[in-house]
Design a protein around this ligand. Structure first.
Ligand SMILES: *Cc1c(COP(=O)(O)O)cnc(C)c1O
Length: 431
């Protein structure tokens, strides 16, 4: 018997209903309300609950499980590391696991893309990477203000919230969110106003009331904001505007990085080079917490310890992250596969949208949205899908979008199957 197939201890009574969560867990809980069952195991694209019912996962940990649940390749590396008493917690001490990660990230990600960014390990969450990026941009430029975009999502701590759009989440701060200014994301004005006309005008006008910002922070595809895709030419225009006005460009690739849109970084398609890049969610590879802030070398003006965190050297995550980069990102095979599966999703959703009024689709690679003119329909479709064994969540300012984020490693058969469930759920809700 190996470690992997040891049976679950039968003496422990199984939790079969939601009562323990309803009684003791804070009201702040959310996903367990939409998917009211108790999950026990997961493998690849599938989860199993305590009743033995199986669910196909088109949510993938909000993009933290791009390589699927308990990916066997990554699990093997992790188990070997633990069995050997490899360092688990090490703050940011020098460890073998960290060295191997840095070298592999350099060789398989940075160098092939002509990037020479320095690697900062902030606390192991997306919002911590964003906080560090904002702090650094302010320190480098000596300016306070940062530009965010309409419907952006950058995390739940104060700095990240200040550049996040959602009013419910912002209100949770309980204090004014300052030193941030929202600008229209691509297509926000329905294409009626020329790109950047407003942004450029207020930058150029000394009477506009806009202080010169330290930086601009942008998602190339807004995941939480409703799968809003920025066109490559818009991103290039933004990069150009930043250069001309001496503002730093921060791309928040926490959700869209690590292959979600096809390439490792979501901004590669546009051919831009951000000054600062944030990564988290799938960079740890196994669903283990890890975050990176990538910094153009000349901007690395931190003093030692100026931004730190107890868990920033999450060594087990370095091990699975390294294995994922070796296994999936040594060449472009995986990337091509993502594009093929992305087109498979697009074809199904485009055909579905073509059959119904008030339904459209958008996305890139393997992040796709099904957009309902009647916002209430999106939630109903997700509920129907759950009843049929598919996990998918809504996004967008009115929760009007069904957002699809299947694991990038999903088989085409499972992808077809999940899309079939989604199509049926949509047909039923719209019938
Ligand atoms: C999820 C997300 C974050 C926040 O990451 P956490 O790990 O939840 O703090 C920040 N930016 C983007 C784009 C995200 O999708």
């Amino acid at each position: 018997m190996t470690l992997l197939d040891s049976p679950v201890d039968d003496a422990v009574p199984t939790i079969t209903d939601m009562s323990v969560f309803e009684q003791h867990e804070s009201e702040v809980r959310s996903y367990c309300r939409n998917w009211p069952t108790v999950f026990e195991q997961a493998r690849g694209s599938w989860l199993t609950d305590v009743h033995g019912d199986r669910y196909l996962d088109f949510f993938a940990g909000a993009g933290a499980l791009n390589y699927g649940h308990n990916n066997p390749v990554l699990k093997q590396a992790l188990l070997e590391y633990l069995v050997d008493d490899g360092i688990v917690h090490g703050l940011d001490m020098a460890t073998v696991a960290k060295a191997r990660f840095i070298e592999t990230f350099r060789d398989n990600v940075l160098q092939p893309r002509g990037l020479d960014h320095k690697i900062q390990f902030p606390g192991p969450t997306g919002t911590n990477a964003v906080e560090s990026a904002l702090k650094l941009a302010r320190k480098v430029t000596g300016r306070e203000s940062v530009i965010g975009f309409t419907n952006a999502f950058h995390g739940m701590t104060l700095g990240s919230l200040s550049v996040t759009g959602n009013s419910m989440k912002r209100a949770g701060a309980g204090i004014p969110l300052v030193h941030a200014t929202p600008m229209p994301f691509d297509n926000y004005l329905g294409g009626v106003v020329e790109d950047f006309t407003w942004f450029e005008r207020v930058l150029d006008d000394s009477g506009s009331g806009l202080n010169l910002p330290a930086a601009v922070i942008v998602e190339t595809v807004q995941g939480e904001g409703g799968v809003n895709v920025a066109r490559p030419e818009w991103l290039r225009g933004l990069a150009d505007l930043c250069r001309r006005h001496d503002m730093l460009l921060i791309v928040d690739d926490v959700q869209m990085g690590c292959g979600r849109t096809g390439e490792f970084f979501s901004f590669e398609e546009a051919g831009i080079v951000p000054d600062i890049i944030t990564l988290s969610k799938s960079i740890g590879g196994y669903g283990l917490p890890l975050a990176l802030t990538l910094i153009r070398p000349d901007l690395d003006v931190w003093t030692p310890g100026e931004h730190n965190g107890t868990f920033r050297g999450n060594n087990p995550a370095f091990v699975t992250a390294t294995r994922a980069l070796e296994h999936y990102w040594a060449d472009d095979t995986f990337s091509r596969d993502i594009h093929i599966k992305g087109r498979q999703i697009e074809e199904v959703l485009t055909a579905l949208a073509g059959r119904h009024q008030g339904l459209s689709t958008r996305g890139r690679g393997m992040v796709r949205g099904l957009v309902f003119d009647d916002a209430t329909h999106a939630g109903k479709v997700c509920t129907r899908a759950f009843e049929s064994g598919l996990l998918a969540e809504t996004s967008g300012p009115s929760d009007e979008v069904v957002k699809l984020l299947p694991p990038l490693t999903i088989s085409t058969e499972d992808l077809d199957r999940g899309l079939g469930i989604l199509v049926d759920a949509t047909e039923e809700v719209l019938a």
